[in-house]
Write a protein that binds this ligand. Structure first.
Ligand SMILES: [Zn+2]
Length: 140
């Protein structure tokens, strides 16, 4: 019997520069083969501050991935030079952390991670429910 494929989940911007680093980080750090990717322009701001209807659409897709693909981790990613959500680094960090808190409030029973893809395409971990001491630790 072939090995069962495993999946993680990420809510990310449509920007291609943000998707590959975020997916690779999840694959390497969360022990999954594939990453289901839910995209919307400026996902960090939409999920942190968006209208309930838009947030609910994202939540529905996240739940599909978690339930049907048995994903053990939901990440949210923001990135440098975002066309849809231009803002300073500090504000973006706050948004990403707020997104992670919102995802946690859905009580999916999964690990929740907030990631920032910086100008060099490296991933910084802003918050990780699997590690209480990771809040705002940077891997630069
Ligand atoms: Zn973007």
């Amino acid at each position: 019997m072939p090995k069962q494929d495993t999946f993680g989940t990420v809510v990310n911007c449509i920007d291609g520069r943000a998707q590959i680093p975020a997916s690779e980080w999840i694959r390497q750090n969360c022990g999954v083969d594939y990453v289901d990717t839910i995209t919307t322009p400026g996902a960090d701001r939409v999920l942190a501050e968006g209208y309930m209807e838009r947030v609910a659409r994202i939540e529905t897709k996240v739940r599909l991935s978690v339930v049907r693909h048995s994903s053990p981790v939901v990440a949210v990613a923001g990135h440098y030079d975002c066309l849809a959500n231009p803002c300073e680094r500090e504000e973006r960090f706050e948004l990403i952390i707020a997104c992670a808190e919102r995802i946690s409030s859905w009580r999916l029973g999964v690990r929740v991670v907030g990631l920032y893809v910086n100008e060099w395409g490296s991933v910084e971990v802003l918050t990780d429910s699997a590690d209480n001491e990771t809040v705002l630790r940077s891997y630069l």
